[in-house]
Write a protein that binds this ligand. Sequence first.
Ligand SMILES: [Zn+2]
Length: 309
Amino acid sequence: MIRRTSQDIRRLNRFEVLRRVYAGPGAMSRQDIAAATGLSFATVANLTAELLEAGVLVEAGHEESGGGRPRARLAVNAERGALIGVDIAETSVHAELFDLALTVRHSVERPLPPGDVHPSDVVDALAGAVGELLAASGTDRGRVLGAGVSVPGMVEREGGVSSFSPYWSWHEVPLRALLDERLGLPLWLDNPLRASTVAEMWCGAGREVDDLVVLTLRAGVGAGIAIGGQLYRGFTNSAGEWGHTCLALDGRPCTCGNRGCVEAYVSLRGIAETWRELAPGDARATGPDDAVTVAALARAADAGDPAAA
Ligand SMILES: [Zn+2]
């Protein structure tokens, strides 16, 4: 059982208040926030006072409350600082600068060299991208409250070590330490699955809910899990990594060397392969690009093609 101190609870509650304000349709009164979070009005009043004091929230007008005192509406203070998000992909590094209301202010993309990319190539591209973002948006580095970096593969979050990359021969790369040296910004590293789950929770399909599963079906497959409004990592930080769970004994060969993995059936490649098995000779199923094939499959299924269905 996890023992939570009152400080932990306060931090969790503050997180929840802020998440609801971000998720809301606009500025919210303290009453709205209390209703959305299930916290008492007194607790919400306390926490919002802290967030106002810190400049994270601002008062944004008032609403009538049926005869009583008008209620102040609270919103995120967009000008309180900047945030940076970075997506490291197979062929490029994409970086965006946001204000605190999560509006994109500037975005840049830097290509990575082809082939087996060295960690220093990624660090160079990322540092260059961040420098360009700051210069182009006229943002002082000191105003950046933090940068979140999505790193493909297995990322040990606390130490920021990339222990496995699906694209490059990286082993135990101390990526956070390398980036710390170059960027001098508070950094959060995580893999794309967990980063996108957090994004859905704050800005996407998970805004109104506490329990959420995000499924990715691309070259690989995976599930990001949130429970009670918190990202669920599991004991070994690998919750939802089910691509290489055995689905069919002695089934199809998988890229990992085993047979019958989930990924061999429900990744883009696996789905395209199943179509080819069910519709031998169908030219639409034989293209070299699995994403194009799966898009054609969806159209064929919509049109009532029995094999596609
Ligand atoms: Zn496998």
